[in-house]
Design a protein around this ligand. Structure first.
Ligand SMILES: [Fe+2]
Ligand SMILES: [Fe+2]
Ligand SMILES: [Fe+2]
Length: 275
């Protein structure tokens, strides 16, 4: 994976975008030092840089969490956990060990960092500017599939249209169904959504392969992160019984789909048109 900050990672909040860009730049700087050759000469410099990277990440997390708190973002707790895990992992990395495999250790750390950053930014941070508090969400107009989502690729557009339809059904079910077997219906509906999503991701990835789309790797990562979140929700049947959490999850699904299509899927059609 390349150490570049691409437009796919832009969340639309300038301060946070700048800090993400700087994180990528720092990772790239460490990689450049590694690539320069003799590891022993560069070792101290590399350690200092990694220290700076750690500190910068921690400071960035603090800013991000404060921003999320200020807008009442529903995923604050989840983000806090993810950030804490990241800090743990980076602190654990024993780069000062005197063993002969220093280079390997630093390379492993870098690939962890960059993968985590992509996954985290695309899977969670992208929604920072999007998700609203539950009160606001309930007042919001429902989402419909509209022209803005068109990629110009028929198969993909049809599948997106169907995804919106499935989501609407799930939303209806959660909001209006009062029957005794509602819980089973919700589980079935989410399973159905999951299956449809998997098929759709496969189709999209196949299409990207067929046109040699250069952003395939990051795009695939975005699909994987989303699938993981859907699977987690499935397993967590306690949340499935809680209406507010379900409603929150539906908001996440709509906003994810909206953001993902506008920010990533639409590029597929653009490139096809020769841009
Ligand atoms: Fe974050
Ligand atoms: Fe996609
Ligand atoms: Fe898609």
């Amino acid at each position: 994976m390349e150490y570049v900050f691409t437009d796919d990672c832009l969340i639309g909040v300038d301060e946070i975008d700048d800090e993400h860009r700087e994180l990528f730049r720092l990772v790239g700087e460490v990689q450049a030092l590694l690539d320069e050759g003799d590891m022993e000469d560069r070792y101290d410099e590399i350690c200092v840089l990694i220290e700076r990277l750690k500190e910068y990440a921690q400071e960035h997390f603090r800013h991000e969490e404060a921003y999320m708190e200020s807008i009442g973002h529903p995923e604050l707790d989840m983000q806090r956990q993810q950030h804490a895990l990241f800090c743990c992992k980076v602190n654990e990395a024993d780069i000062l060990s005197t063993g002969s495999n220093k280079r390997e250790m630093i390379e492993d750390l870098l690939s962890y960092l960059v993968k985590w950053l992509y996954q985290h930014i695309i899977g969670s941070d992208l929604l920072i500017g999007k998700l609203v508090s539950m009160e606001e969400w309930k007042e919001k107009e429902e989402y419909d599939f509209s022209e803005q989502y068109l990629t110009g690729i028929e198969l993909i557009d049809d599948e997106h249209r169907e995804l919106f339809r499935i989501l609407h059904d799930i939303h209806d079910l959660i909001a209006n169904d009062r029957s005794a077997d509602k819980h089973t219906k919700v589980v079935d509906a989410l399973e159905n959504l999951h299956k449809y999503m998997q098929g759709h991701f496969r189709d999209e990835e196949q299409y990207m392969e067929s046109i040699g789309h250069e952003g395939l790797e990051v795009h695939r990562l975005a699909h994987d992160v989303f699938s993981t979140r859907l699977e987690l929700m499935h397993l967590n049947s306690e949340s499935l019984a809680d209406e507010d959490e379900l409603e929150e999850f539906v908001q996440f699904l709509f906003e994810w789909l909206d953001t993902h299509i506008l920010q990533m899927d639409r590029n597929l059609g653009k490139r096809q048109a020769g841009n």
